[in-house]
Design a protein around this ligand. Structure first.
Ligand code: SF4
Length: 189
C-alpha cells in the first residue's frame, strides 16, 4: 500500500535514514550474526515486505546472510519456505501484514532474540547508546528517556523521529511502516 518500493541494494542506506530503531537493531544483528530467530524473522521480514521489498529480493536478502551461517542448502530447505509463506506463496496463502507498535511492544523477547521494541525492551544504557548512534543527544535524548520511564514508548519513538528528521510528527508513531513512510515523505520532499 505504500508508494515507496525498496530494493535489495538500498536496504542499508534506507535503514540509516528511515527505519525506526526496532528495525535498525534487527538489521544490525542480522548483519552481525548472519541469523535471526523466528520472532525477529517475522517482525523484520514483514516490515520489509510492508516497506515494498519484493519476494525475490526478500529471498536474496535473507539467503545472503543465512547462508553464511547455516549454508545455502539449509537455508533453502528450512527457511525459504517461511519467507514465501509470509508473502502468501505457501500454505494457506494468507497475505500476512506487518506488526503494529502495539503488537511489537507487547512481545516478550527471550535470550538471543532481537525483536521487540527497544524503547520497551532495552536497558537504559543500551537505549542511550543506540539513540546516540542515531545522532540523538542532549535535551532531546533526556526527553525521550523521560517518556520511556513513564512507559510511553510510542511517544519516545515519535520524539526520536522528530529529533532525527527536524520536523514535527503530529500523528504520532503507531506502526514501524508508518515511521518508514513518514520518513520517506520528509526526505523525498
Ligand atoms: Fe518500532 Fe514502534 Fe517501538 Fe518505534 S515504537 S521502535 S516503530 S515498535
Amino acid at each position: 500500500k505504500d508508494a515507496v518500493e525498496i530494493s535489495l541494494k538500498d536496504i542499508d542506506q534506507l535503514a540509516k535514514s528511515s527505519f525506526p530503531l526496532c528495525m535498525r537493531h534487527m538489521l544490525d544483528k542480522l548483519r552481525e550474526n548472519h541469523h535471526l530467530k523466528h520472532g525477529g524473522r517475522m517482525q523484520f521480514g514483514l516490515f520489509l515486505k510492508g516497506a515494498g521489498l519484493k519476494l525475490e529480493d526478500a529471498l536474496a536478502f535473507w539467503r545472503a546472510e543465512f547462508s553464511q551461517k547455516v549454508g545455502s542448502e539449509r537455508f533453502d530447505k528450512e527457511y525459504a519456505y517461511s519467507i514465501r509463506h509470509n508473502y502468501g506463496k505457501e500454505g494457506k496463502r494468507t497475505d500476512y501484514t506487518s506488526y503494529s507498535c502495539q503488537k511489537i511492544i507487547s512481545a516478550t523477547p527471550g535470550v538471543g532474540d532481537h525483536h521487540g521494541c527497544p524503547y520497551r525492551h532495552f536497558g537504559d544504557e543500551n537505549l542511550r547508546a543506540a539513540l546516540n548512534k542515531m545522532g540523538v543527544g542532549g535535551h532531546a535524548l533526556e526527553e525521550i528517556m523521560d517518556k520511556v520511564k513513564n512507559r510511553h514508548y510510542q511517544l519516545a519513538c515519535t520524539l526520536t523521529f522528530e529529533a532525527t528528521h527536524g520536523v514535527s510528527c503530529d500523528s504520532g508513531i503507531n506502526h514501524p511502516n508508518q515511521y518508514f513512510s513518514e520518513s520517506q515523505k520528509v526526505l523525498r520532499a
